[in-house]
Write a protein that binds this ligand. Structure first.
Ligand code: MGD
Ligand code: MGD
Ligand code: SF4
Ligand code: MO
Length: 738
């Protein structure tokens, strides 16, 4: 790196003098904590938003001398109204861990990861990536990004990689999570736009949760459901009798992956009985006649047979939807992570459309997002679409973005990126030689792990940028870049109800770790494309850029003045075009006027033949494996939540498998004994959790244990390319007899 670049780069490094600028402090003093030792007494408080799930709870951060010493849920934040789940309460603890990456690590001649300085790390990054590109072409280098860093960082990464470094392929862990909802909404509504606001949880008469377990995965959304004063009927459609199902009036334990048949059958029933809103269909949708014909053969009898749900229960379900004045449908990973997830999501959207349950309080076809900034990655990561929900293949869009950014349109790729699985396939084939993984733990969370170590080993150069030095993925890296985490940097997240919330730097990253923002700036400088990012000088400056790229789009946020306004309004939902008034703490939903985002304003019915399960059970592997969230105190691959002693007390340390008492009896499996769960691809040992949560023939293993994805089967939705994590065939045997 030339010395002038290094000098410029140094000015980008973390402000060494302190943590927090005074203007971030909201209310100094006045805590009345007489009994607390002085060093633990806060002298000021500031606000932030939780960095785990997409609920996006507001947190008050208690400061002493500018540093966070504790936190409490914000009472005035319209999302959580003074409550938080265990992860939120414990959010500061994982920052302190010994496992934090505190210096760049580089693989040395003996093959060990050894500490190095930033200058060497960045120079190595640039030299190796450029060498690969000059030998194998620009496309031979790719990146995998995340839904867990602020939008400003995502945008900088996406722009740097694609416009600065010439990559075409870059995807993110949002593919594992939200891709299905994205495609479903785009095709049906004309834009990726979850229509609801959390108030709808409180304003609904009938809430239908499909493949969603909010009691565990979105506990504070569930609290909003509990605040509903309309004596709502809660229906849970999930093969497992989850915590949420137990709290419901009606649990529909359908056969796994029979959702499409169920919803076509229900649509048919509603149409046959004329329990539909003809006026709404006529005025606001296209394709109803074809849809009606398509579902006609999904009769009550065949639907009962295909889903394992008795005809009477199907009737009950249909009449509940019919009788509800305000019916809302909520779906999460039980839908998205399926070989036909897009069509299932659209079959839910279709139900909302035929019954006119959209655009009004307490209604909607509502996809709940997963990670704290999954929605930000959908709009601003420059991965699956061009910044701001634009299209890489559309020349007018490329010109528009080039204009806004002041760059040459020819640097914008005119092709779509490969999806995550296609990038992995590229690694396998040897066409992808360099990979940069940021804030995701591929070697634990990607489907069908049997291949992953080999795959990562095939790369010429693997860079992992993470808060921790020893994630499963970092262990395969040639270079580890140490990143600051939530609370150690500024930026914005977008939650499930499209609310943009502000996060703040209230702690210092350990050692030499840097905010991802700064790491990207350093790389841009050293790569030689720093000039392209001159205007991208701080997260707040980038927020202005995000506003400009959103102009005229359904996600237009040009009316948000800046961070100040986000803070004083307690988050603001998109859209907010310039000139549109908005009140602080407001809650807004989309489609009140019945106009969707297609040019003609009409929503589309989309439907297809149901497809067979990609890996059916067999004599050898007689159980169907479901995977998902295990407890509200575990987060994904556990790099963060396992660092809190409080959270560790709240979950099972050892891997476990839920199995029904009937199956356990038959196989001679004692409660809590060790068993082997085996799929055609791999196996793991787990404690048997004998429970009626799962039905005979099904087992469930939480995703939080490193070996879970040894078992999963690599099937993908053809439209969204989202992995089908929730269906594989396995066997279960008592340990010792395996
Ligand atoms: N505590 C905690 N909270 C989290 C997370 C976490 O790791 N820990 N992760 C966050 C993220 S990124 C996400 S995406 C969300 C996920 O949130 P959820 O999707 O609610 O959680 P999961 O447990 O993955 O899956 C939900 C349910 O889908 C069911 N299911 C499986 N197959 C089918 C099927 O064929 N049909 C139907 N109808 N249901 C099926 C499963 O039995 C499971 O109960 O949670 C977010 N919140
Ligand atoms: N079997 C099975 N597998 C699944 C699922 C399932 O239901 N079943 N669910 C899928 C879903 S929905 C999801 S979203 C994925 C999640 O999968 P991952 O994204 O792999 O899970 P995380 O553990 O959240 O990984 C985030 C990583 O980012 C790091 N990190 C956190 N904050 C920062 C930051 O600010 N900067 C940087 N550089 N690093 C940071 C963390 O230390 C961690 O290593 O898993 C998927 N995998
Ligand atoms: S519900 Fe989600 S956003 Fe709220 S405190 Fe828990 S993890 Fe954080
Ligand atoms: Mo997710």
């Amino acid at each position: 790196m030339s010395s002038s670049i290094l000098e410029r780069a140094k000015t980008l490094l973390r402000d060494p003098s302190g943590v927090l600028t005074q203007d971030l402090v909201r209310s100094p003093g006045g805590f009345g904590l007489g009994q607390v030792p002085t060093k633990l007494k806060p002298d000021a408080v500031t606000t932030s938003v939780c960095g785990f799930c997409s609920t996006g709870c507001g947190l008050d951060i208690h400061l002493r001398e500018g540093r966070a010493i504790s936190l409490s849920p914000a009472t005035d934040y319209p999302v959580n109204l003074g409550i938080a789940c265990p992860k939120g309460w414990e959010a500061l603890t994982p920052l302190e861990s010994e496992d934090r990456a505190t210096a760049p690590l580089m693989r040395d001649a003996r093959g060990k990861l050894a500490e190095t300085d930033w200058e060497t790390a960045i120079q190595t990054f640039v030299d190796r990536m450029k060498a690969i590109q000059s030998e194998h072409g620009k496309d031979s280098v790719a990146f995998i990004s995340t839904g867990q860093i602020p939008s400003e960082e995502m945008a900088l990464l996406g722009a740097l990689a694609k416009f600065g470094m010439g990559m075409v392929h870059g995807d993110g862990n949002t593919r594992q999570c939200m891709a299905t909802a994205v495609v479903a909404y785009k095709q049906a509504f004309g834009f990726d736009a979850p229509p609801y606001t959390y108030k709808d949880f409180e304003e609904s008469d009938v809430l239908v949760f499909v493949g969603a377990n909010p009691c565990i995965a979105h506990p504070i959304m569930w609290e909003r459901v509990c605040k509903n004063q309309r004596n709502p009927k809660i229906i849970v459609i999930d093969p497992r009798r989850t915590e949420t199902a137990m709290a419901a009036a009606l649990h529909v334990p359908l056969r796994p992956k029979s959702d499409l048949r169920l919803f076509y059958g229900l649509a048919n029933l509603l149409i046959e009985r004329e329990w539909i809103d003809r006026e709404f269909i006529e005025a606001h949708t296209l394709g109803f006649e074809e849809f009606r014909r398509h579902v006609a053969r999904f009769t009550l009898e065949t639907t009962a047979q295909d889903t394992g749900i008795a005809a009477e229960q199907l009737e009950q379900l249909a009449s509940a939807i019919h009788q509800g004045q305000r019916v809302s449908f909520w779906w999460t990973m039980g839908v998205n992570q399926s070989h036909e997830g897009v069509r299932v999501a659209q079959s839910i959207i279709n139900l909302a459309l035929i019954t006119g349950n959209i655009g009004k309080p307490g209604t909607g076809a509502n996809s709940i997002t997963g990670q704290c900034n999954a929605m930000g990655s959908r709009l601003f990561s420059n991965t699956t679409n061009l910044l701001g929900g634009h299209d890489f293949t559309n020349v007018a869009h490329r010109n528009k973005i080039a204009d806004v950014l002041g760059i040459d349109a020819t640097v914008i790729p005119d092709r779509n990126s490969w999806a995550y699985d296609q990038i992995m396939e590229g690694v396998h084939r040897g066409t992808i030689k360099g990979l940069w993984i940021i804030a995701t733990n591929t070697a634990h969370s990607w489907i069908n792990q049997a291949d992953v170590p080999d795959l990562l080993g095939k790369l010429d150069f693997l860079v992992v940028q993470d808060m921790y030095r020893n994630t499963e993925t970092a262990e395969h890296a040639d270079l580890v870049l140490p990143a600051a985490g939530w609370a150690e940097k500024d930026g914005t997240f977008i939650n499930s109800e499209r609310r943009i919330g502000l996060i703040k730097k209230v702690a210092r990253a350990p050692g030499d770790a840097l905010a991802d923002f700064h790491i990207f700036k350093l790389i841009a400088e050293a790569w030689g494309c720093g000039a392209m990012f001159e205007r991208w000088e701080s997260p707040e400056a980038v927020f202005e850029i995000l506003k400009s790229v959103s102009a005229g789009q359904p996600c237009d946020i040009t009316g948000i003045e800046g961070y100040e306004m986000l803070e004083s309004h307690r988050g603001i939902q998109w859209p907010l075009p310039k000139g549109q008034p908005v009140k602080p703490r407001s809650e807004r939903r989309l489609f009140a006027n019945g106009r969707f985002f297609h040019a003609d304003g009409k929503a589309r019915f989309l439907f297809e033949e149901p497809q067979a399960l990609p890996e059916p059970t067999s004599r050898r592997y007689p159980f169907l494996l479901l995977t998902g969230r295990g407890s509200s105190s575990q987060w994904h691959t556990q790099t963060r939540t396992s660092k809190s002693a409080v959270l560790r007390k709240l979950y099972a340390e050892e891997p476990y498998v839920e199995i029904s008492p009937d199956d356990a009896d038959r196989l001679g499996i004692q409660p809590h004994s060790w068993v082997t769960v085996r799929s055609p691809r791999g196996s793991l040992k787990a404690r048997a959790f004998v429970t009626r949560v799962v039905r005979p023939g099904q087992v469930f293993v939480p995703m939080h244990y490193a070996k879970t994805n040894q078992l999963t089967f690599p099937a993908f939705d053809p439209y969204s390319r989202q992995p089908a994590y929730k269906a594989a065939s396995v066997s279960v045997e008592p340990l010792g007899r395996a």
